[in-house]
Design a protein around this ligand. Sequence first.
Ligand code: C2O
Ligand code: CU
Ligand code: CU
Length: 478
Amino acid sequence: MTLRKTLIVWLILTAAHLSAQDRLRPITVNLIAEPRTVQILPGDSTSVWSYTGSSEGGGRQSLGFLPNSHLGPTISAMQGQQIKIKLTNQLDQPTVTHWHGLDVPADMDGHPAYAFPTGESYSYSFTISNRAGTYWYHPHPDMATADQVQMGLAGFFIVHDRNELALNLPSGAADLPLCIQDRTFDSANQFVFNPSMMHGFFGSLVCVNGQPNYVQNVGSRVHRLRLLNGSTSRIYKLAFSDGTPMVIIGNDGGLLATPNTKPYLMLSPGERAEVWADFRGKPLNSEIILQSLSFSGAGMNQGAALDVMTFKIVQQVTDNRSLPANLSSIPAYNLWEAVNASNPKSYPITQANGHYVINGASFSMEYVANNEVARCGTLEVISVSNPQGMMHIAHPIHFHGRQFQILDRTVVPSSVANWNTVKDGYNDSGWKDTFMLMPGETVRILVRHGKNPGLFNYHCHNLVHEDMGMMRNFRLNP
Ligand code: C2O
Ligand code: CU
Ligand code: CU
């Protein structure tokens, strides 16, 4: 080998070695939850609450910043990487942060019992065991989660792993985290939060990454959209205005086994989906609107048709990539493997004292009912039902720390007509941590409990319902 060739080989090997090491070096992040003033609309600036962040030491590129956004920094990490996050509370009220979708120890999970006061900090530290996926973080204090999220506290938490990186999916400017939230502004451009106890909050403007009328300039190539419904209550039925197919490649818990093309995608609060958005062949300056289509029977204010955001083709590029036929491997759970196969846990949604409850009672900080206890590592079947009562409302149901499989959905005959307006958009394959439950519907899930013992939450992710007590604990015993 010539000296020059040797040198080049040495450089390549060293670079590959360094980047692999760099990716797994522990990450240290400082987050501050604090009030800020930002320009969102023309005219007066808006008071928001933001996570502001910085990183220290290793973990190069572990923090990304959404352009021109008051949402929190995007935390990126590799599966297996260790992360330390010091959160300082500069709000005028207690807070605590939950890493939605990640499997972490009980005292790292943002249970409301760990809310801490103004001026103090909490040090989170955990190793990321989750597979590659689009996770997120947001506050979780008892009875104040909706207010704090609505004020702007939320951010993406993106995990990569080796299998996913090997697929070479669109990256860089073609990998777009998009957080959808509805807001209302008053005449002085300040946020208005005026929820109804039964239905929740419905804003008059849809924002993406904190901005209304969001326009994303793109090249005519394939994009990986990481869609997050970060709204307090609003459910979206997403489709592209020009008929670009909704090719779904990922879910709450990361890549599906194989891509799945749907006529539209239902995304209820807390849920995520990754979409292979193929803009090849679109003419220069054309605009593609991501719309929410109408649907019925999910509750008052739900299901209005609206525009979410616009993609504008500003550059013609060639892009020869092809959609991988296989995205990841997902072992299927079987009902007969569940320790309670013949006796599913049953958590119906009912009403008590004028608001919704799950499993019979409102949230209380430490209380766990007999049917909310499980052993670490066991596979269980859980049935969550939304019987037709006085009110017909859809609820997004979320379990902390778990990625589960949807076993089946059933619906009572009187609800079928409404259910038919959403069912083709359920993104139920792969791993889920949150699912939408229509009135009259029952969903059975297969859940493998994790190795971390302790107290965790499950709840409705309509954050107004959560704050009203539509939340419970489950306890994992070693
Ligand atoms: Cu994103 Cu307890 O939830
Ligand atoms: Cu969660
Ligand atoms: Cu609810």
